[in-house]
Design a protein around this ligand. Sequence first.
Ligand code: FMN
Length: 201
Amino acid sequence: MTPPEAKNIIQSLIVMNETLKQGIFSEQVHQALLLASEALDKFAKQEQPNNTLANKEDLKTPLYCLVYTSLASQKMSDDNLKYFLQIIRHKNQLRQLTGMLLYLDPFFIQALEGEETVVNQLFDVIKKDSRHHKISLIYKKPITERHFANWTMGFSKISYKDIETLDGFSDFLQKPSIEFFNRSNNEVDELLYKFKHEILF
Ligand SMILES: Cc1cc2nc3c(=O)[nH]c(=O)nc-3n(C[C@H](O)[C@H](O)[C@H](O)COP(=O)(O)O)c2cc1C
């Protein structure tokens, strides 16, 4: 199976998963999607070291990654999050956007990857969304390849217990604040990459 074939299968699974509302079948599709994504990730790394999306994509403007943090305006239940993700994943797929969203109640950390103009336009919309506030840009930079190429928006919910064992988070654990993320780019990246493999739904 070639990477484009595998990618098509994954995209079909993503669409299927998003259309299935609930139940055991949806969970099975989700598991299949995770396995297929991991297999493709490994395959792409082993067989096609230079075959990045950046090379393959016909980009009008450079590939960019934007990372921000914010505070959720209300507690988000799993059902709310699932519904919300279903919608934004569909929108991102249409705009060739990929990324990762972390929810560490009440904080959001989001990485958005795609064409610079598309990323900037979406961030302008996201900044005005009343479901969160205190939006704070962590960084915005050109990238040569996507770090979340297989995710139209990966999602993981992190607990405070999850980060107790990680270095560099003691200040945050003592006094959780958005300011911590603003001065800790490395820790923000660490969370994004660590939890990329622990997609919740
Ligand atoms: C934390 C957070 C993350 C979001 N991420 C995305 C996203 O990745 N893609 C997206 O299209 N909308 C995202 N949204 C939703 C947008 O703010 C906005 O509601 C949506 O894009 C509006 O689409 P519309 O103008 O087509 O109605 C996010 C909202 C929040 C609160």
